[in-house]
Design a protein around this ligand. Sequence first.
Ligand code: GCO
Ligand code: MG
Length: 409
Amino acid sequence: MRIAAADVIVTSPSRNFVTLKITTDDGVVGWGDGTLNGRELAVSAYLAEHVVPLLIGRDAHAIEDTWQFLYRSAYWRRGPVTMAAIAAVDMALWDIKAKVAGLPLYQLLGGASRVGLHTYGHASGRDLPELFDSVRATLAEGHRSVRIQTAIPGVKAVYGVAAQAQASGERYDYEPAGRGPLPTEEDWDTGAYLRHLPTVFEAVRNEFGAELPLLHDGHHRMTPLQASRLGRSLEPYDLFWLEDCTPAENPQALEVVRRNTITPLAIGEVFNTVWDFQHLISNQLIDYVRAASTHFGGVSPLRKVMDFAAQYQIKSGFHGPTDVSPIGFAAQVHVGLSIHNFGIQEYMLHSDRTNRVFDQGMTFVDGYLHPSDRPGLGVDFDEQVAAEFPYQRAYLPFNRLPDGTMHDW
Ligand code: GCO
Ligand code: MG
């Protein structure tokens, strides 16, 4: 079975998505996700200009060989654009293989290791009453664990606070990226954040009790000592994890954090390969792997990093915002269902418009996410509906400190 055609489709139903369609010479179609929030057209050009010509005529079943070929033959390895493009190919080929086998992908990965995936949803608020309502709404959606993000006194707009983001311009899917010609400028004050956040977690614990698993995303903004202080001050509130507390480029930072706090740590949504996790996993500096199939080269490397992590009792917590398309999301739900060391799955629901383009078989019942038993990934892509929503320029925001210094967003 040979690859006869490969087409790249960029569509923007509620936000931009890059989708790869691979068709075999006997007419089997596989779908892959190469979406890179705010830099979508770079991936689509990388695929269309440099990868598609290499795919035509290749054995559609040779997934590992094609992955290694695209990774090694480029010479310029890794990086978000390259790895999102490789991910799209890898996913589409797994979709094809599973469709030919007549099985949902998780069966090819070893079968189900559990009935479904526990998820966490997002809750946020400008003040405590708004945050509590948001926690209740998240629980009512079926999530059993909740990520808490909150406004900070004196800071105008903080990452992850949906109502704040919506008030400050056109936003989509509660995600921070704005569709427009220029990125939005936000502000940040780490000191105010470190003072305020523990008071919010105390209030949430008092309101919702000891058992509800709570998470928090630091979005790469702290120094190692600031993150250590935060981890320590949150220990009484028993977090499921503290995510991305320090910038992702420096794995040694987490050695400092680890020495100073027993709050569990998660990182990796901006990582591209297993090498980014090597030091962190082998030194047991993290508890959860935050990679996303779409930004990590697809299903194949996600399986490999989780097998590596398993030797150290480190679990999965795959990145699942709406900037991963339903195809990329399904791919990692299949991985999560099949691996032994599954931890939790982040789950942000896509908009109705997005679901018109992507027909998802996935179900979310009694707090369990299941990728469906459709053959393949379980997602169909409607090219006609996609064509109704052309690409729109969109950028993530950026941050400045009160004195104007640029800061991590
Ligand atoms: C998360 C992430 C996202 C990112 C987004 C950027 O934990 O879900 O931090 O919300 O900000 O993926 O494109
Ligand atoms: Mg995050």
